[in-house]
Design a protein around this ligand. Structure first.
Ligand code: ADP
Ligand code: MG
Ligand code: MG
Length: 944
């Protein structure tokens, strides 16, 4: 199975910060790596030892050592029991790629020195027949990628060493179990032979011996497995299984580097915005054996519950097992609390160590351990991934326990957690009325309902068609990640709370129920049976990720507890999570510099935004109001009018309706500024589609209808054809409408100012900000401003009230941005319309990008969708320029952003760095933006 790689990856060094990278930096790094390669790179340290209570590295070195390597170094330095080993730094991964898939000879020498050092520490020698050293080879990048890269265990075994291991331990079963695992892992990971081929042989031996459990195979059977595996390797690679441990080690190391670019690792990085260029480290570590008998075990755990955040010791273990057995879902593991009975001393030590780790890292730890003959070894620790719910609970608890400060809590919570908390649940009444068909482990909370699919591909296919799906699998594997991403929820039959499905589900904030063992699945035939009922692809399945209950029905979901508190349905005092949610936001506000506004056109949206802490409206799209009840015919009459007089008549009818809209929105914002954008879209959007009209006409004609009805349709069709544009987005829209039909600007201004006057008279407060869209030339703005000021003055005179208002513009046409100094001469504020700006800067239609975006991402031409995450490198300089020009011409000019990027944390980071006054986003994103803006302010202040 040859590895396919799309293009050559860029491999700069790794000191890179995750967030925002520019091409310039990347190029410089590639150069420096090349230079380093040529110069033979002697000066630099590439390999870091850990063992005997001392490590070369430390916990701050995640860039070079990866998360796992840094954790191993930190635990070693803290005097914890960690098997000795060394970490080959991420720089070597870059060198490997820059060097066309070879590790430079100088690094090889440095590694050889560390092997010697490890041999001394372990008291065993790699390749020795007397006392062979066995190691694990483990990948580990800066950001943990669960299950993405494969670990190789028991490396160093060969035909001679396995006999030594047997003799030394007097346990032939154990020795050959270790060997067969090694050959299989090495075969699949390094030699790239399909796992299924090995599994087939394994099953064949089990079948021959008439056993069903792996553990029931005796030494002789396992010897047979090894013979078969070696035959598999020989026929697949045309050479014998490599017996030389140094060669095994070099091959495994390079395979780890290669696995960095495997498709599932790339997919994972794409979803989680992890840059491709940072590379992975390789950890080589002395083996300890959890599979050496009944006084041995292996396990994983968390210092707090990662699903609910509750402060409880949490995890699973398996007696007489190795490595991935716990998470692979082959045997069902025991809850970690049971370890207390089985091995009380090791348990007590584990609790003690892990709570120390939590205190040191000031965060929940996700740890891996192995017990060999009742001796505990720590193999990994890292900050635990958690659900959004748990993130909020844990951060607020840690503050209450005085383990972290409020500021640290603000930095700890991923802003997306807050949006997970606003995710819907089921209506309890409806949900409770449906019988439970089975119960699995509640791995990740949230209500999920959709049609059952049994493969990741089907999940993607159906959800592309707009169908909500539930991915039902025996267990999930990293290959399933694309399907998991699009599914409403993930349901598996095997595996525990730390299985792949559980870990990934929690991280994605995806409702997940795992280990629902009563489900029998035939993934190939695409059906399963649950509690005696057959579920086929397309049948509805629903589950609650907080209780683990699974039901066969389509169930509508319900707003989150927090939304219920917001709407007053639930008393705030009754909701613990809502109190914590508010706490995080209140703390955020202390560190936030930018304001957060909302994009809202309706009073109820404005109310919600205000309740979420939105202070002001950054974008009120007036045209949305035109679609309100009974308004479209009036709008159409305005558009169809042949004369100005007719148009004015229609506008006069719209006036009171718009005034009412504005009044409602102003009131809902409690005196905070409201930015109202004048009509923006091309007018044809308000008329029926040409094709539809033609069909209607054909129908009327077929029925023999004549006269007025037919005539009206014909007129409409003619007008639609007149308005037809080849590029409506570049056509007659935005300020161009106001210039050609000044009466529209007049009516909208009148509605705004009348509403403001009315509110002012009632003692209310409001500051309307009238925003002219799509300005590219200062004269366009000047033209409209004259109208706005004239009408405003007239209205205030009529009403006998004075209100304060501002006139400004959207900066969304590149020419407008580049002449922002001139425009600022007229504009009292700018709001960056980054949707249009992105569209016009990249020349990508935001409505058509879907056709090629995915290909662009697959081919690594674009990392991210530029409409979702602001293109700092390409569009950023234009925003920066406009900010500087605008402030130069009008110091104190108000600057904001109202494009979709206003709710995206990475984009918010950029807006903070250019010093905008506020971001504006959809009401539901307001909490996310408040937290993200606080984090950005702290990062920018801290020199990030
Ligand atoms: P992942 O990144 O997927 O968690 P790891 O490198 O942590 O992979 O390895 C997976 C498991 O392999 C560990 O949790 C541990 O059980 C086992 N393992 C790794 N190294 C050793 C070792 N030196 N001795 C014993 N078991 C090991
Ligand atoms: Mg691990
Ligand atoms: Mg626009």
């Amino acid at each position: 199975m040859a590895k396919k790689r799309a293009g050559k990856p860029v491999r700069p060094t790794t000191q890179a910060k995750a967030k925002v990278k520019t091409k310039v930096e990347t190029k410089a790094k590639v150069k420096s790596v090349r230079r380093a390669t040529k110069r033979t790179a002697r000066a630099k340290k590439y390999v870091y030892f850990f063992g005997g209570g001392k490590a070369d590295g430390d916990r701050s070195m995640r860039d070079a050592l990866g998360g796992k390597g840094a954790g191993l170094a930190a635990m070693t330095n803290a005097g914890l029991p960690v098997p000795p080993g060394f970490t080959i730094s991420t720089d070597v991964c870059s060198l490997y790629y820059a060097n066309k898939g070879h590790t430079p000879a100088t690094v090889e020498t440095e590694i050889a020195g560390h092997v010697k050092k490890l041999e001394r520490a372990a008291g065993a020698t790699l390749g020795s027949t007397k006392n062979p050293l066995l190691v694990s080879v483990r990948s580990g990048s800066k950001f943990s990628m669960p299950g993405m890269m494969d670990t190789i265990l028991n490396l160093g075994l060969n035909d001679a060493a396995v006999e030594r291991l047997k003799a030394r331990t007097s346990n032939g079963r154990f020795a050959f179990d270790s060997y067969r695992r090694f050959v299989q892992m090495f075969g699949s990971v390094v030699l790239e032979i399909s796992k299924a081929v090995f599994e087939h042989e394994f099953e064949a031996v089990k079948h021959e011996r008439g056993v069903s459990l792996d553990a029931d195979l005796d030494e002789q059977a396992l010897r047979d497995v090894v013979v078969r595996y070696k035959r598999v390797v020989r026929s697949a690679t045309r050479r014998d299984f490599p017996q030389e441990p140094h060669e095994q080690l070099a091959m495994a190391r390079d395979a780890v580097f290669r696995s960095w670019m495997n498709p599932r690792a790339q997919e994972y990085r794409r979803i989680y915005d992890i840059p491709d260029h940072i590379g992975t480290a390789v950890n080589v570590q002395m083996m300890v054996f959890g599979n050496s008998g009944d006084r041995s075990a292996t396990g994983v755990g968390f210092t707090r519950n990662p699903a609910t955040g509750a402060k409880e010791f949490y995890g699973e273990f398996l007696i007489n097992a190795q490595g991935e057995d716990v998470v692979a879902g082959i045997r069902t593991p025991q809850p970690i609390t049971e370890l207390k009975q089985v091995m009380p001393k090791a348990y007590a030590q584990l609790r003690d160590i892990t709570s120390r780790l939590e205190r040191n890292y000031k965060d929940v730890q996700d740890f891996e351990f192995t017990i060999e003959d009742e001796r505990l070894f720590m193999l990994q620790t890292r900050n635990g991934k958690r659900t959004g719910y748990a993130a909020v609970v844990i951060a607020t608890d840690l503050v209450a326990e005085r383990l972290i400060t409020q500021k640290e809590a603000v930095l700890q919570v991923d802003p997306e957690s807050l949006s997970q908390l606003l995710a819907p649940g089921f209506d309890p009444a409806e949900w409770n009325a449906i019988p439970v068909v089975t119960t699995g482990l509640p791995a990740s909370p949230g209500a999920a309902s959709g049609q059952a699919v049994f493969t990741a591909e089907d999940a993607v296919k159906r959800s592309d068609e707009g169908t909500p799906v539930i991915l039902v699998r025996r267990e999930t594997a990293p290959d399933d990640i694309a399907g998991m991403f699009v599914a409403q929820g993930i349901l598996t039959a095997t595996g525990g709370m730390t299985s792949h499905a559980a870990v990934v589900g929690r991280q994605m904030g995806k409702p997940s129920v795992v280990g629902a063992s009563e489900i029998e699945i035939d993934e190939d035939a695409k059906w399963c049976s649950i509690g005696g009922q057959t579920v086929r692809e397309g049948d509805f399945v629903s589950f609650d990720g907080l209780t683990g209950h699974v039901k066969l029905a389509q169930v509508a979901s319900k707003p989150s507890e927090i939304l219920q508190v917001m709407s007053g349905e639930l008393k705030a005092a009754k909701s613990d999570i809502s109190r914590r949610f508010m706490q995080i936001l209140t703390w955020s506000d202390k560190y936030r510099r930018m304001g957060v506004r909302a994009n809202a056109d309706q009073p109820d949206q404005a109310e919600l935004a205000y309740a979420f802490g939105g202070r002001g409206i950054g974008l009120c799209r007036t045209e949305h109001m035109f679609f309100g009840e009974g308004r479209i015919p009036i709008v159409q009459r305005m558009i169809l009018a042949d004369t100005e007089a007719d148009r004015r008549a229609a506008l006069a009818e719209l006036l009171p309706l718009q005034r009412e809209d504005f009044y409602g929105v102003f009131k809902a914002m409690h005196g905070e500024p409201v930015t109202i954008r004048m009509i923006d879209p091309p007018l044809h959007e308000f008329l029926p589609k040409r094709e539809e009209l033609m069909v209607d006409l054909a129908k009327l004609e077929a029925k023999g209808v004549t006269g007025d009805a037919l005539e009206q349709k014909l007129v409409l069709l003619r007008r639609v054809e007149q308005l037809h544009e080849f590029n409506p987005m570049l056509g007659h829209r935005g300020v161009r409408l106001g210039i050609t039909y000044p009466e529209i600007t007049e009516m909208q201004t009148r509605a705004i100012i009348e509403a403001a006057c009315q509110l002012a008279k009632e003692g209310g407060k409001v500051t309307p900000e009238i925003m002219i869209p799509l300005v590219g030339h200062v004269k366009e703005l000047r033209n409209q401003k004259v109208i706005v000021d004239r009408v405003a003055k007239a209205v205030m005179k009529e009403r006998g009230v004075k209100v304060k208002y501002l006139v400004g513009t959207m900066i969304e046409v590149p020419r407008g941005a580049m002449t922002a100094d001139q425009i600022a001469g007229e504009a009292q504020f700018f709001s960056f319309g980054t949707n249009d700006l992105t569209q016009l800067m990249l020349g990508f239609s935001r409505d058509d990008i879907g056709k090629f975006l995915r290909v662009y991402q697959d081919k690594k031409i674009l990392d991210k969708d530029p409409f979702a995450t602001f293109d700092v490198e390409g569009v950023g300089p234009v925003v920066r320029t406009a900010v500087e020009l605008g402030r130069g011409a009008r110091p104190g000019i108000k600057l904001g952003i109202c494009g979709e990027h206003g709710g995206d944390p990475a984009s918010i980071h950029f807006f903070e760095s250019v010093g905008l006054n506020y971001v504006s986003c959809s009401p539901y994103r307001v909490p996310v933006a408040r937290l993200a803006a606080a984090q950005a302010a702290l990062a920018v202040k801290g020199g990030d």
